[in-house]
Design a protein around this ligand. Structure first.
Ligand SMILES: [Zn+2]
Ligand SMILES: [Zn+2]
Length: 148
C-alpha cells in the first residue's frame, strides 16, 4: 500500500462488464453520480443511467479489444462490451473526462448520487422523488467547475 497523499482520494476502484471480457481500474477522486434521463441514455439502457466520471488518466482498461464504440451523437461515443452488450463508458469528443456507468463498478463504490439531469426528457412511467436537485440541461459538473 502506498502512503496517503495530501488529499483524500477514494480507494482504488474496479469494475467490469457482465461477462468480464472488459475490466477496468479507477484511481483517485471520482465525480458524484449523476442520473441522466436523456433520450439516448433511456434507449440504450432501457431506463435511465447512473454514471460517475473521471479524467482519462484515472482509468485503465483491460480487454479493450472487446470494447465497441458507438457514436451516439456528434459530440460523444458510447462504449459497450461486444460480447455481452454491457454499457460501460460515455466518452465526449472534448476528452476532458469519461463517464462510467456506476452499476458496472464493484461494491463498495464509495460513491453517492448527487443530481438528476435532462429530466425534461425522462419517460412517463416513474417519478423522481429522492429529493436530489433536478436539471434540464443547465447543470454544472464536478469537472466543469474544476476546469473553469
Ligand atoms: Zn462483457
Ligand atoms: Zn444521458
Amino acid at each position: 500500500m502506498s502512503t496517503a497523499p495530501t488529499t483524500d482520494p477514494q480507494p482504488l476502484t474496479h469494475g467490469h462488464c457482465l461477462c468480464g471480457a472488459v475490466t477496468y481500474r479507477l484511481t483517485g477522486e471520482l465525480r458524484p453520480v449523476m442520473y441522466c434521463h436523456c433520450e439516448q441514455c433511456r434507449r440504450t439502457s432501457g431506463h435511465y443511467v447512473a454514471a460517475t466520471a473521471c479524467r482519462p488518466e484515472q482509468l485503465t482498461i483491460a480487454g479493450e479489444d472487446n470494447l465497441t464504440w458507438y457514436r451516439s451523437s456528434g459530440s460523444a461515443q458510447r462504449g459497450f462490451c461486444r460480447q455481452c452488450g454491457s454499457n460501460l463508458f460515455w466518452k465526449p469528443a472534448h476528452g476532458r473526462y469519461w463517464s462510467i456507468w456506476a452499476g458496472s463498478i464493484d461494491r463498495p463504490t464509495g460513491l453517492r448520487a448527487a443530481q438528476h439531469i435532462y429530466v425534461h426528457m425522462k419517460s412517463d412511467y416513474y417519478d423522481i422523488d429522492d429529493g436530489l436537485p433536478q436539471f434540464s440541461e443547465d447543470y454544472e459538473t464536478f469537472f466543469d467547475k474544476a476546469l473553469e
